[in-house]
Design a binder for this molecule. Sequence first.
Ligand SMILES: Nc1ncnc2c1ncn2[C@@H]1O[C@H](COP(=O)(O)OP(=O)(O)OP(=O)(O)O)[C@@H](O)[C@H]1O
Length: 613
Amino acid sequence: MRTSWADSVAAAENPATGSSANNGNVGTTSAPTRPAYVPPHLRNRTPSSDPPGPANSGSTSGADRSGYGAPSGGSNWGGGPRNDYSRSGYSGGGGGGGWNNRSGGWDRGREREVNPFGDDDPTEQEFGEQENTGINFDAYEDIPVETSGDNVPPPVNTFAEIDLGEALNQNIRRCKYVKPTPVQRHAIPISLAGRDLMACAQTGSGKTAAFCFPIISGIMKDQFVQRRPRGRVAFPLALILSPTRELSMQIHEEARKFAYQTGVKVVVAYGGAPISQQLRELERGVDILVATPGRLVDLLERARVSLELIKYLALDEADRMLDMGFEPQIRKIVEQMDMPPPGVRQTMLFSATFPKEIQRLASDFLSTYIFLAVGRVGSSTDLIVQRVEFVNEYDKRSHLMDLLHAQKANGVNSKQALTLVFVETKKGADSLEHWLCTNGFPATTIHGDRTQQEREHALRSFKSGHTPILVATDVAARGLDIPHVAHVVNFDLPNDIDDYVHRIGRTGRAGKSGLATAFFNENNASMARPLTELMQEANQEVPAWLSRYAARSSYGGGKNRRSGGGRFGGRDFRRDSSFSRGGGADHYGGGSGYGASGGYSGGYGPGMTSAWD
Ligand SMILES: Nc1ncnc2c1ncn2[C@@H]1O[C@H](COP(=O)(O)OP(=O)(O)OP(=O)(O)O)[C@@H](O)[C@H]1O
């Protein structure tokens, strides 16, 4: 059996040169014919060289309760560099300066913009030290892909095949993305063709870039972007919504890298942080707004943001955004404010899981969309070794201790092998963190009762390896991309298999392997069957005792029906007759109005069902 620690820290092969796949002439041929790109918020304005003030600087000093180490510098969490966008840099102006032209104003802008890669010398060699040199793409080669919808644009094999623009291509090289991941291969051409998209791809497979690249590229290329008034109200062109503050911050950091020196300005707004700073940042102009729904509603109600000019709407973790907790806020933002309707704006929904009920809801927000499934909907990646152990409630702490001691005994450098422990409640998180610390294991915690400053500090401390154990509630379950998470422990199993998929997806990312251990006992009986099926799908060894639990349990509805039906049924809900309106030929017409009868089939074929009963 693979050992988690060795696996997770082993750098995969395929060191990237960073330039091989992107040496094509993408974007260069059309430059002379294009007019200069001037971001709309800078039009009608006299160029000036005075830099704006500091952007949201995040927290820096909150002492962690664990008392283990201070956060190291250079972390991506909070404390971000200033969005020091040079105004003169956007002028481009005459002399044939196009959006991919490096002369004139464009270059001046490049000099002044803070380098989000954390290195002031943006040479290819300097970027060679980045994380992504170890991607094992072979892990994704034979992944099944399903698309449905009308006239699906064909996938690409390289970034060079897509006209993203030279500035963006250069950032892709800086990120050491040598070639697109499968979801990027399919989703980027679809989005660039202007199509609405519902995309489902496994955790850690590069969905962020899949929606960021077309948005950035689209804004860069748009010669007819409306002039936007400057002043108290911000008029973003793209809106990216995500369910948690930390995920919004992460998307912002990523998008800033992708948008570096493109002239596209990315701003983030999330709760728990001072709104005044975010307002100042918005006033300076925004092309792409990354936000959590609550803070965005606040900004909209204060009339400080208008969605009138939105051309691109992306929902990350879209199924979470449309579940009962968030749906009213999302509907308010998307349907009841001034956002252009589906068909006028372009909408992209991404997640690793997409229950059919949520697909149906989501179709309200889309127009004639394409459904894309990379891998099985809601499946976990088989890069993650999944173990389930029977542990009674009262034994959980000592069992965790045994695991941690075993890891320590393996002598793996803790900075390269982080452990993320998921628990059910905020109190449980605090209490477990305290217990771990008093037993000599540096731990910190993230959950909804901590201040935003504490949350950000905890993440920085974990990410840097200063505190190699993070005890978390589901607030950390989705989207967070933390290198070196080698082990995810489900100390308390969630009640929903999709939550499990997202939690374990914090390891085994971007082609690397990882380990996930779940503590299972009588209280988790309802999870036995979906867990068993998920593990079988991912070619994991299922303990005999768990199979017996699964055989005893039955589905009485509830949340644990596998997303989209897994391998046993359809994925795109439009293919499921119980969701169609009269079974007509209109299944792929997209849009709203599918007469959902609530007849969720679960996707489990009769043969399969009997195998479990
Ligand atoms: N083409 C690429 N080449 C190399 N690395 C990549 C590529 N695309 C993305 N990555 C890296 O893969 C990691 C995972 O990407 P990302 O966070 O976008 O995954 P995700 O699919 O959104 O995951 P989740 O479902 O957990 O939100 C990131 O570190 C990212 O930088």
